[in-house]
Design a protein around this ligand. Structure first.
Ligand code: SF4
Length: 260
């Protein structure tokens, strides 16, 4: 028997999966888990604590919050020589502003959950539930076929199997009487859209952390920036007119755990 592990990504699709479990339309997973990168937006935890965790507890499901620093082997820098920035930052190392690939989602979430499940629960064969909806079927196919998703660790997409799109997820969450969750991501994620940046920078709990992070990041890589404006984050212009300048599509969160 494979251990069924639901990887909660903290966003709307994950709230929909919670609703399906609470209402008995999905079976209860053996383990429900959310990776805590230590940099998750404060609003994500507010929502989880207020709505999702209590609703799951009412049907006997505990959501485990697994701290990255206990199980990750790297933080911001990795690669063979430890000189590769792992977040999908923008870079001015070339002639134009470019985008680095992101390894953080895999290192801080996927691998953290896998090590936790193996060490703490002795899992031997796992089916990971991930909250892609049918509008993200391309990402799901990619995730399913990835080498890292074969053998011991396989993936399941309950929302796709139920034919649900993001709109269906929104409707289901509202039907539960829950507000829609805030976008889930790290507070310094370069894949955020301009409106998400505004929310983060208006949150007094997260804004100082972002500004400090941005400064510290450039001590490690002087060409790295959090937005493609390539300016210190407190100087960036988060006007809607700049939306085309941003875009997470240029650096997808490849483990399937971010933004779902
Ligand atoms: S939200 Fe962004 S910064 Fe955080 S782990 Fe995912 S891709 Fe990386």
């Amino acid at each position: 028997m494979r251990t069924q592990i639901w990887n909660n990504g903290g966003g709307t699709q994950s709230a929909a999966i919670a609703a399906l479990i609470v209402t008995g339309k999905l079976p209860k997973p053996d383990l429900a888990v959310i990776a805590d990168t230590g940099r998750e937006r404060s609003s994500t935890w507010d929502y989880l604590d207020a709505y999702i965790a209590p609703a799951l507890a009412s049907v006997g499901v505990t959501i485990h919050r697994v701290r990255k620093e206990l199980y990750a082997t790297v933080d911001l820098m990795g690669g063979k020589n430890g000189d590769t920035l792992l977040i999908p930052a923008f870079t001015t190392a070339g002639q134009d502003v470019g985008k680095l690939p992101g390894y953080c989602s895999g290192e801080w979430k996927r691998e953290v959950i896998r090590r936790w499940a193996t060490k703490e629960h002795g899992v031997k064969a796992v089916t990971n539930w991930i909250g892609y909806s049918i509008d993200e079927v391309g990402r799901a196919v990619k995730a399913k076929n990835a080498k890292k998703s074969q053998g011991k660790w396989q993936t399941l997409f309950p929302l796709i199997d139920l034919g649900m799109n993001r709109g269906d997820c929104v409707a289901l969450v509202q039907k539960m009487g829950w507000p829609l969750p805030p976008r889930s991501s790290c507070w310094m994620c370069p894949n955020m859209r301009v409106g998400e940046w505004r929310e983060v920078m208006e949150d007094d709990r997260d804004r100082p952390k972002v500004i400090q992070f941005d400064r510290d990041m450039r001590k490690l890589d002087r060409h790295a920036w959090l937005t493609d404006q390539a300016v210190p984050i407190d100087k960036a212009d988060f006007d809607d007119a700049n939306e085309v300048m941003f875009g997470r599509e240029r650096g997808a969160c490849h483990s399937g755990l971010c933004f779902v």
